[in-house]
Design a protein around this ligand. Sequence first.
Ligand code: G3H
Length: 371
Amino acid sequence: MTKLLASVTGPGEAEAALAGGADIIDLKDPAQGALGAVAPAVLAATIEQVAGRRPVSAVAGDLPMVPDVVVRAVRERREADFVKIGFFPARREERLAVISALGEIARDIRLVAVFFADGDPDLTLLPDLAQAGFHGAMIDTIGKRQGAGAASGLLSALTFAMVARFVRSAREHGLMTGLAGSLEAPDVPRLLVLEPDYLGFRGALTCGARSDSIDENKVRRMSDLIAGGRTVLAADDPGASAKRAFEPMDEARLDRIFVRDLVLDMEIGAYGHERGRRQKVRFSVDARIDRITAQADDISEVYSYDLITDAIRALVEAGHTDLVETLALDLARTLLRDERVFEVTVKIEKLELGPGAVGIEICRRRGDPGA
Ligand SMILES: O=C[C@H](O)COP(=O)(O)O
C-alpha cells in the first residue's frame, strides 16, 4: 500500500496535512532548497504537535558531501522517525565516505538516502546503503517546477524504466522506497504501478507556488487519488487474470484507448547479427477499458495511455529479447494486470530487417489461459 508523504514547514502545516490524510509528515523548508532543513526546535514542536499520530521525517539539509557535516546534521534531528539525507552531486568516493560515516548511527536513527533525478543519481550505491544499515532510499529532484507550462519533475528528468529499476533494486536490497520530485496528479497512477512505499509531495499540495502553505483539501485529493489508484492485480495471485473476466456482453460498456506507431530503438532478435546492437521497432497497442462516463474527471477512474507507453518503455529498456512473440506476450500480460483493462491488442514490428516491416499482432483478454 503506497503512502502519501507531505513535506511541511512546521506544526501548523503538519496539522493541515494530517487533516487531509497524509501518512508521513516530512519537515522541510522549501525556501532553503530541495532538501532545506528546518531548525531542530521546529522539528521538536512538530513532533509534539503530531503526537505519534503519524511518523515524522526530517531532512538533514542541502549539505556538502562531507561526512562530519552530514553526521552532525543527522544527529541534531535524531528525534524524528526518519532522517532524510540528500546525496547531492559529488564524486563516488565522497558519497561512499558519507555512507560509511553514517553507518555508525544507522542502528539508532532510521536513515533514508535521497537521490536526485537531476543530480547524478548513482543507483550502484544502493547495496552500500543497505550494507551500512540505511532504512530506505528515495528519488526526488533538485530543480522544482516553476509554474504552469514548465515541463519538469521526476518523469521528465528520468525515464520511467529508470525509476522502475530504482524501485526494484532498492526493494531487492530491503530498503523502503519513495518517489518524489514536483509530482502532479497525472504522475500518481503511473508511479503506483511500481508500488513504491510512498510518494512525496510539496508543490502539488499548495494552492500556488511551492513556498505557499499546504492546503488541506489538496492533500485530501492527493490522498484519495493514491487510495483510489490501487488497481493493479497482484502478479503472484494465480486467480488475478480471471478476476472480472471479460464477458462478450461487456462489449457495450468498453471504450478503446490506444498508442499507435511508437518507434523505439531496442535490442531484439535471435540471430547473432542482431545481438549487441539496437534496431528500430514499432509498437501499436489497443486496450479495451471500462467505458468512460461523462462524470469521469477523476484521474484515478481513467486509464491513461501513459500507462501503456510506460510499460512499453520499461520492457524495451529491460535488455535483449530474442523474440517479438515473447515481447508481445509480456506487454499484454503487463497491461492486463490493471483491472481496468479487459482486452489488449499488441502489434510489434521490426523495421530494419527487410524492405518492409515484419512482426506480430496478438490479442489477449482478461481470463484467457496464460494471459
Ligand atoms: O520529499 C518530497 C518533496 O518535498 C517533494 O516536493 P515537491 O513535490 O515540491 O517536489
